[in-house]
Design a protein. Structure first.
Length: 395
């Protein structure tokens, strides 16, 4: 069943780049939480901690949008090496400023710069994989493996923050994240560089094609935004429901189950060939997620059942993310894959943040349980959108 993964991992240079993806993804699961804990410890203000964590997230989304075009134009090596080094320095600078009781505005500026400079290693590898695997089914399997590694690494991140808190404090977690980014940057940039470096396209007499939102990319961006918004709402509503039920600690278990289900499903989905065209698979998978969102709303008051359903939700969500990534190969030219993928991820991050903020506002008026109807509506709208624009996703 998993023979296809062995073939991918046996391909020259693939393992080193996937290792770089894994190591660079762990800090993404660490830094938002670690920044909150650091700033709250330094200032005693949760509001300031939330603002700085939000600035890091916004900077990360902006950085992805900037790095995608740079990778397409100048090659991944220069972009990742430069920004990976800058991100490491700014994260250490963040810890130093906190230790020196620097003004909050300077700490905010540095943490924003850290978010912008997080190296887009996953984007670089995603845009490189089509150059290595020409067969469609193998390429799709490589995307599933990439997704599983990313999700697994992000899941481990919060556990490393907890371990750091036991050892010393959240500052250790930030420095560990900086170290992981530096190591990932080094592996990506120098280990097997000769065979895998993706250089910028040579300049010719013909002008380079300008990037534009194709109808298919527009379809994928809107559907990804609706999915990210739904996930952001759920990320706030579920802890609210658990807290109301007197089992707040179960929220972490529920989201751990979600991530675990997503990781396992990504591996399972990529291990075999599925019938039907990818646009059809995307529509079916999106519709299944809508059904699971309804089930989450119905049984939200029963924490243990909710953990099981969150696991299933992760399993249903994984194919949607993989198919969205795979369809980029069909709706965008090869020279714009990095920019397209970074735009897809950036839209997901931004919509997730908007969803979280919206859920917090709505919960004060209608209650956390009622807020869980919002993801149902957003996901249903996503299914309708994909169905209405089905033809734009066909090569």
């Amino acid at each position: 069943m998993f023979r296809a993964y062995l073939h991918i991992l046996g391909t020259p240079h693939v393992r080193s780049r996937l290792a770089a993806v894994f190591l660079s993804s762990m800090p993404l699961g660490m830094l938002s939480l670690a920044i909150v804990l650091c700033v709250q410890g330094w200032t005693g203000e949760l509001r300031a901690a939330g603002v700085l964590s939000g600035l890091f997230g916004a900077g990360n989304a902006a950085g992805l949008s900037i790095q995608g075009p740079l990778i397409d134009r100048y090659g991944a090596h220069k972009v990742v090496l430069t920004l990976g080094s800058a991100c490491t320095l700014t994260l250490f600078g963040f810890v130093a400023l906190g230790a020196l009781d620097a003004p909050l505005w300077s700490t905010a500026a540095v943490v924003t710069a850290a978010g912008v400079s997080v190296p887009a290693i996953t984007t670089a590898v995603r845009s490189w994989l089509p150059e290595v695997f020409s067969e469609d089914t193998v390429r799709a399997t490589s995307y599933a493996l990439l997704s599983a590694l990313f999700r697994g690494a992000v899941t481990i991140g919060p556990l490393l923050v907890s371990a750091s808190m036991l050892l010393y404090g959240a500052e250790i977690a930030v420095m560990l994240a900086a170290g992981l980014i530096l190591v990932a940057t080094g592996i990506f940039s120098f280990l097997g560089r000769r065979g895998i470096q993706r250089e910028a396209a040579p300049m010719t007499g013909e002008p380079r094609p300008r990037f534009s939102l194709s109808p298919g990319l527009w379809t994928l961006l809107v559907s990804a935004g609706l999915l990210g918004f739904a996930v952001g709402v759920t990320a706030v509503a579920i802890p609210g429901v658990m807290t109301s039920a007197g089992v707040a600690a179960m929220a972490g278990v529920a989201f751990g189950a979600l991530a675990f289900g997503e990781m396992l499903a990504a591996l399972g989905f990529g291990a075999r060939t599925w019938r039907g065209q990818r646009p059809t698979q995307l529509l079916v998978s999106q519709s299944m997620v809508v059904i699971i969102a309804v089930l989450i709303f119905v049984i939200a008051a029963q924490p243990w059942f909710l953990v099981l359903v969150m696991f299933i939700a992760g399993a249903m969500r994984a194919p949607v993310s993989i198919l969205q990534s795979s369809l980029l190969d069909e709706v965008m030219p090869k020279g714009h894959l990095a920019r397209s993928y970074s735009a897809l991820v950036a839209v997901t991050l931004i919509s997730h943040s908007v969803g979280s903020a919206s859920a917090g506002l709505l919960a004060d008026h209608i209650g956390a349980h009622a807020v869980l109807l919002v993801p149902v509506l957003a996901l249903a709208l996503g299914s309708i959108w994909i169905a209405a624009r089905y033809s734009t996703l066909r090569a």
